[in-house]
Design a protein around this ligand. Structure first.
Ligand code: SAM
Length: 283
């Protein structure tokens, strides 16, 4: 099933403009989003409005952020009669979520997006930073990115991105979508991803900065044993790492990709104690 286009223009590759043209996929995205009539939705990059009209029918309020002026103007005309729509012409990366929340009808937002792939990581980080405003996100992403986000320890795709997203959300790939469902056809396959945001981190961490430094150091030399890769963390000696291994019960001859989120938390919590001890004795 194909949708009709309203804007007679060549989609710009540089803005990640691959428009959904398959009605069945639109339907499946809406089913996945499970939007309730009291909920407020944020749509990132409404484009030609493939999802926008259906979202407006279901949501209490819809905030749609589009950077492209021509698309924005066309959307304004197309959806002029909807009182529950707030169209915003802006870069999603510059948007203030606390301002969006002020206009919203529900305490938390549902984010729905066929993402512009060139800014996928930045958008994900922005959503994670603003997690207090978000209940869940239904996102079209490049298939490989979806695999990296949902990867489990031991999988070749498991890494910094998996851990960063899994710390704050429960991610799940709902289904894959072939290039033929978009116009123009992208060079890559896509996946629909669901992120259910947690109120608190999925594992207890003492110091977020040290947690991320530990994970980054561990994965910066993926093939190396932890006892070597973690040496790049400021000030830790071979002896310190030996003690960290003994205290956590984690064999530091293992590689980063084999560690679960819980094990990374345990490792970084023990490292945090060491670092604070060292800072205290140095002052
Ligand atoms: N939602 C539409 C659909 O599914 O057909 C369009 C999706 S298209 C993949 C991505 C959309 O995001 C485009 O309309 C593009 O102009 C818009 N976009 C790109 N960069 C953006 C940014 N930084 N902020 C907001 N919108 C952006």
């Amino acid at each position: 099933m194909s949708l009709k286009y309203t804007a007679a223009r060549i989609p710009g590759k540089d803005l990640g403009q691959n428009f959904l043209v398959n009605g069945e996929v639109v339907h499946r995205i809406l089913e996945a989003a499970q939007i309730q009539s009291y909920e407020s939705v944020l749509e990132i990059g409404p484009g030609e409005g493939a999802l926008t009209g259906e979202l407006l029918e279901r949501a209490g309020k819809l905030m749609a952020v589009e950077i492209d002026e021509a698309l924005f103007n066309s959307l304004e005309r197309k959806f002029a009669n909807f009182q529950n729509l707030r169209l915003i012409r802006e870069d999603i990366l510059q948007i203030s979520f606390s301002e969006l929340a002020r206009w919203a009808s529900s305490p938390k937002l549902v984010v729905v997006a066929n993402l512009p792939y060139y800014i996928t990581s930045q958008v994900l980080l922005k959503l994670l930073d603003n997690r207090m405003f978000i209940d869940r996100a239904i996102l079209m992403v490049q298939r490989e990115v979806g695999r990296r986000i949902t990867a489990a320890p031991g999988n070749k795709n498991y890494g910094m991105l998996s851990i960063t997203v899994q710390l704050r959300t429960e991610p799940c790939i709902l289904f894959d979508i072939p290039p033929e469902c978009f116009r123009p056809k992208p060079k890559v396959h896509s996946s629909l991803l669901r992120l259910a945001f947690h109120d608190s981190p999925s594992v207890a961490i003492k110091n977020e900065k040290i947690f991320y430094s530990t994970v980054k150091a561990a994965f910066s030399m993926r093939r190396k044993m932890l006892k070597n890769s973690l040496r790049s963390l400021g000030g830790l000696t071979v002896n310190d790492l030996h003690t960290v291994g003994a205290k956590t019960g984690i064999d530091l001859c293992r590689r980063a990709e084999t560690l679960s989120l819980e094990e990374f938390a345990s490792l970084s919590n023990t490292i945090a104690t060491f670092i604070s001890l060292k800072t205290a004795t140095a002052t």
